[in-house]
Design a protein around this ligand. Structure first.
Ligand SMILES: Nc1ncnc2c1ncn2[C@@H]1O[C@H](COP(=O)(O)OP(=O)(O)O)[C@@H](O)[C@H]1O
Ligand SMILES: [Mg+2]
Length: 262
């Protein structure tokens, strides 16, 4: 979204995230979110689940102010994000996307993106915390290796760890995670899980998850269906009652492909 004239920086005292009765439709479409109320405490870890098309990615897009809702508002630290500067909003939120893409630049530059003046020592520390050191050591030029077709080809799990290093370096109070849909090999999975644990520490986390196993340590799970919150509770609370969460849990434990869960 273009900035309006009345821009002021977002000032974060507490990294709370609120959707207050947000109704949103893409142009010429029916509403995707209908009076969505979602209130996330500072430091809370919330996992969003729900069928494909439920509106989870739209929630992520709105909190980054890619779109303006038709009614209601999104707040961070109690402030409406609509009039704040793009720069201050970007600084507040780190994103680890589903499929992290890298620029055709050095891995160092890729990680420093967002914090261009970070020192090499800071980048290395972020790489250690993100469990990147093993594969970086195997690269011809380490952090100076150029990413992409004519440089190092990184696996999906390696690119995800680079994205985690980038987010650790950026050190934003709010973290948005979009879990990869495709299964990773077990070694990558474990390396990513422990890197994510370090990244999530002391931040407000909102994660779209496809595998419920990754949410078991979360404070809360919010089930979205047709643009509304249909269930909200701890993993244990939701496992104890009938509903979409328990159905998905049962299906995933049977290892039946979760075809209607994006
Ligand atoms: N850029 C877009 N333009 C128009 N419709 C969209 C766009 N992005 C998503 N949608 C529609 O909005 C609904 C919610 O999509 P999305 O937020 O991606 O759901 P989820 O992430 O839960 O799968 C779907 O019906 C989808 O087709
Ligand atoms: Mg989505």
């Amino acid at each position: 979204m273009a900035e309006r004239g009345n821009t002021a920086p977002l000032q974060i005292e507490e990294a709370t995230v609120d959707f207050d009765k947000v109704t949103f439709a893409y142009p010429q479409r029916r509403p995707v979110l209908s009076e969505l109320d979602l209130h996330i405490r500072a430091g809370e870890r919330v996992g969003l689940i729900g069928p494909s098309g439920a509106g989870k990615s739209t929630i992520f897009a709105l909190i980054q102010h890619f779109y303006e809702p038709q009614s209601g508002c999104m707040r961070i630290s109690g402030q409406d994000i609509s009039p704040v500067t793009v720069q201050s909003l970007q600084a507040a939120i780190s994103i680890v996307p589903q499929d992290a893409s890298l620029f055709h630049r050095s891995l160092m530059d890729n990680i420093r993106y967002g914090v261009p003046n970070a020192t090499e020592a800071e980048v290395r520390r972020a790489c250690e915390d993100a469990n990147c050191m093993d594969f970086l050591a195997a690269m011809p030029a380490g952090l100076d290796t150029i990413a992409g077709d004519r440089g190092a080809k990184l696996s999906g799990g390696q690119r995800q760890r680079i994205a985690i290093a980038r987010a650790i370096l950026k050190d934003s109070p709010i973290l948005i995670l979009d879990e990869a849909t495709s299964a990773l090999d077990t070694a990558s999975e474990l390396a990513i899980q422990s890197a994510l644990e370090r990244l999530m520490k002391n931040r407000t986390v909102i994660a779209i998850a496809h595998r419920l196993s990754t949410l078991q340590t979360f404070d809360r799970i919010v089930v979205i269906n047709r643009g509304r919150v249909v269930q909200s509770g701890t993993p244990a609370e939701l496992a104890a009652v009938p509903g979409m969460y328990r159905e998905t849990l049962t299906r995933q434990r049977k290892r039946v492909p979760a075809s209607n869960t994006a």
